[in-house]
Design a protein around this ligand. Structure first.
Ligand code: AHR
Length: 326
């Protein structure tokens, strides 16, 4: 086969695989009977920041509103415990599982075990490795934000704010989690177009305020020349602000910070002039997640990927958004 024909053959084979795979396998998904009420599991990854607390509250509120029984677990930042939590939900014969996977790869067994047990599973907020488990085939749907786009939006703002020149410290979210991987990807994609935007240091701050503070302290000592911070969430940005002030820096004046989430303390930091902007990542999953499960039981078509619409906060709108934040 010559080069042109083999290229055409590969392209046709890829197209056929793309078109055929989800359609052919969607029938493998566990079914959900229509019932007046359900017993649903929500496997939370951790409860160590306001975003997680708001997400859990939203799930509990929606379960109460509908009169559905909620089996709630908190994995305390352990992927192994989260897998065990899903095992326990399977043993308790829940009708549906909502999972916010801590990391992309270690939670694959949980997704596959639910499928094998005949329990429909929805990923909410975070994803799992798409090469190992697919939405619409191995689990019903992913419902959440577009994390790559969040990274792009943070970078777009920073490029404009700094005029395209910055020495950036990046505080990454939990290693191996989809928001950490994807936010970095989107951010890098945008700053790659501005040669003056340079990441001088990058480290895992595990999405927590205190770890963000500690990591910032260390990285700032090694890179006092830093002029910007990209934190993968507000909590780490707030930790970074504490570290910067302790080092005699003036966040918002001699160093520009951008982050992601839109929590109350983040908005307050914008109002105080310390945090420049934050891309919203909406944690209120309850109504959408339960609605998707009810629709699934009713036989309605569920999109394999449902993307949340997120706002953007800066000094122009932080004050008016504060009251509704978490
Ligand atoms: O997966 C979403 C991220 O996880 C949020 O940005 C963060 O605050 C949370 O811990």
């Amino acid at each position: 086969m010559d080069g042109k024909r083999s290229g055409l053959f590969i392209a046709a084979a890829c197209l056929a695989a793309l078109v055929a795979a989800p359609m052919a396998r969607a029938d493998d998904l566990p079914k959900l009977k229509e019932k007046p009420t359900y017993k649903v599991g929500f496997a939370q990854t951790e409860s160590n920041n306001p975003w997680r607390l708001a997400q859990t509250q939203s799930m509990k509120d929606e379960a109460a509103k509908r009169g559905w029984q909620l089996v709630y677990t908190d994995a305390n930042s352990s992927a192994a415990k989260q897998v065990a939590d899903v095992d326990s939900m399977i043993a308790q014969h829940v009708d549906v599982i909502f999972l916010s996977p801590r990391e992309e790869k270690p939670l694959i067994p949980a997704v596959m075990k639910a499928k094998k047990a005949g329990i429909p599973l929805f990923l909410i907020d975070r994803g799992v490795d798409p090469t190992l488990a697919k939405a619409g085939r191995d689990y019903v749907s992913f419902i959440g934000s577009d994390f790559v786009e969040e990274g792009r939006r943070a970078a777009d703002w920073l490029v404009k704010k700094t005029g395209g020149t910055a020495k950036i410290i990046e505080l990454q979210g939990t290693s191996g989690s989809s928001p950490a991987n994807d936010r970095k990807k989107g951010f890098m994609e945008v700053i790659a177009k501005s040669p003056g935007m340079q990441i001088v240091a990058s480290q895992d701050g595990d999405f927590t305020r205190d770890k963000g503070r500690q990591v910032m302290e260390t990285l700032l000592q090694a890179h006092p020349e830093a002029t910007a911070v990209f934190a993968h969430n507000d909590e780490m940005a707030l930790g970074a602000i504490t570290a910067l002030e302790a080092a005699g820096r003036h966040p918002g004046k001699d160093i520009t910070l951008v982050s992601i989430d839109g929590e109350k303390d983040g908005l307050q930091a914008i109002i105080d002039g310390k945090l420049g902007a934050t891309v919203e990542c909406n944690p209120r999953f309850g109504p959408g997640a339960f609605e998707a499960a009810a629709d699934y039981a009713a036989g309605k078509k569920i999109e394999p990927i449902v993307v949340n619409k997120d706002h953007f906060y800066d000094s122009s709108n932080a004050a008016q958004s504060l009251a509704g934040s978490y």
